[in-house]
Design a protein around this ligand. Sequence first.
Ligand SMILES: NC(=O)c1ccc[n+]([C@@H]2O[C@H](COP(=O)([O-])OP(=O)(O)OC[C@H]3O[C@@H](n4cnc5c(N)ncnc54)[C@H](OP(=O)(O)O)[C@@H]3O)[C@@H](O)[C@H]2O)c1
Length: 253
Amino acid sequence: MINATGQPQSVLVLGGSSEIAQAIVNRLVEGRCRTVVLAGRPSERLEAAVVSARAAGADTVETVAFDVDATSGHQAWMDDVFARFGNLDLVLVAAGVLGNQESDEQDAEATAAVLTTNFTGPAAALIAAGGCLRRQGHGRIVVLSSVAGERARKANFIYGSSKAGLDAFAQGLSDSLVGSGVGVTIVRPGFVVGRMTEGMDPAPFSTTPDEVATEVVKGITSGAHVVHAPSVLRWVFAVMRHLPRPIWRRMPG
Ligand SMILES: NC(=O)c1ccc[n+]([C@@H]2O[C@H](COP(=O)([O-])OP(=O)(O)OC[C@H]3O[C@@H](n4cnc5c(N)ncnc54)[C@H](OP(=O)(O)O)[C@@H]3O)[C@@H](O)[C@H]2O)c1
C-alpha cells in the first residue's frame, strides 16, 4: 500500500533496464519500496538493474520477460504479473526508443517501429495496468513522456509525435481513473544526459537520470498530474508551444 507519506512499497517497471527507471527505483527503495519487479527484454542491462535495486536495499527484486512491441497479450501478461506479485502500488512505464530521425524519416517501417515502441505498445500496457490497478482499488501509474511531445520539432518529429500520443493517452487514462483510487503522473523530462542521448550535444536545460528521479519521487509523493524535469521546462514549453510556426520550424536539432 502507498503509505501516509505517499511512498509506494512495491513497483512494477515496464522497461526495467532503463537508466532513468533505475534512478527512480533506487530513490523509491531508499524510501519505503521493498518489492521491485523489473519487466523487460532479458539482457545484461536488465540483470545490472536487478543488482542495482538489490544494492539500494530492496527485499525482493524479480524480472519478468516483457516486450512492449508485442501486438497482443498485454492484458493477459499484466493479469499474470498482478496475480503473481499481488498488490503493486506503482507501475512505471519507461520503455521507449529515441530512433534516428534522419534515417527513420526515409523508412516507413522504421517510423512505424518507433511509434509502436513509444506509443502503441505502452498504450496497450497502460490500459492493462489501469484495469488491474482499478480492480485493486489503489495505486499510481507513472508514464515517462517527454517535452519532445509538447510540440513536435522538425528535427525530431517521429519521436516527438510518439510521445505526444502517449502523453495524451495518459492524460485521458488519468481522467478515466478519477474516483477509482488510482492516480497517473505524467513525466516530461527534457534532454537527459545518458545512454539514450549518448554522443549528442546536450540541449539547453539538460538534466540527469538522478535529477529526473528527484522530480518524479516528489511528483509521486504529492500526487502530481504532470512533472517536468527540470521543473523550469514547464514554463519554457508554455512559451515554446506558442512560438509562430516559421520560427519554431527553425529550431535546431
Ligand atoms: N534520455 C532522455 O533524454 C529522455 C528524455 C525524455 C524522455 N525519455 C524517456 O524516458 C524513458 C526511459 O529512457 P532512458 O533515458 O532511461 O533510456 P534507456 O536507458 O535507453 O531506456 C529505454 C528502455 O526502453 C526499453 N525498451 C526499448 N524497446 C523495448 C521493447 N520493445 N520492449 C521492452 N522494453 C523496451 C529498453 O530496454 P532494452 O534494454 O531491452 O533495450 C530500456 O529499458 C523512455 O521512454 C524515453 O523516451 C528519455
